[in-house]
Design a protein around this ligand. Structure first.
Ligand code: ATP
Length: 148
């Protein structure tokens, strides 16, 4: 049950968001059944939510949408954070890639998260896409096949 997993993860992150004064909103359709490795899918959600929280400033918003679309499920993690420069987007899922050393110095990270996320999505026959605008925010979109 992907809806239950997403709910569980967002509940934990809601508490973390409160500390940073970020508003986390969710819209989760249920039930959504998929076939997969629960631990890996949990890790995938944590990577995306952790980034959203890490790269969004105080007073910002994170929105998580999880819904059925035909034979697939869509999970969107949207933030009103610092965004990603256009020229960096093609490299985002590369191992050890981090945007700009100056800004990376302020936030801890290895640059491994998104390459792991991509690997997990691929292993589940899904897709991961990103759209982002610097200074406006970032949106990660996952699609995964529903259980037949
Ligand atoms: P770690 O994997 O240890 O969390 P990381 O956050 O640096 O480290 P990735 O998760 O792979 O590594 O992300 C790569 C880079 O993409 C980050 O350094 C960051 O610059 C950028 N990035 C990822 N998610 C977001 C986001 N939601 N908003 C803005 N920038 C982001």
């Amino acid at each position: 049950r992907l809806d239950e997993l997403v709910l569980k993860c967002t509940q934990v992150f809601t508490e973390l968001a409160i500390v940073k004064e970020i508003h986390l909103e969710t819209d989760i359709e249920q039930p959504l059944e998929i076939v997969g490795d629960e631990e890996r899918l949990h890790q995938l959600l944590v990577i995306l939510l952790d980034n959203a929280l890490k790269y969004t400033n105080q007073g910002g918003k994170i929105y998580v949408l999880c819904k059925r679309e035909g034979q697939r499920v869509t999970v969107m993690v949207n933030d009103t954070g610092i965004g990603i420069p256009k020229e960096d987007i093609p490299f985002l899922f590369d191992r050890f890639f981090r945007v700009d050393k100056m800004r990376s110095r302020q936030t801890e990270g290895t640059g491994l998260g998104l390459s792991i996320a991509k690997w997990i999505v691929d292993a589940h026959h899904g897709k991961i896409q990103v759209s982002s605008e610097e200074g406006v925010g970032t949106s990660f979109l996952l699609t995964l096949p529903l259980k037949q």
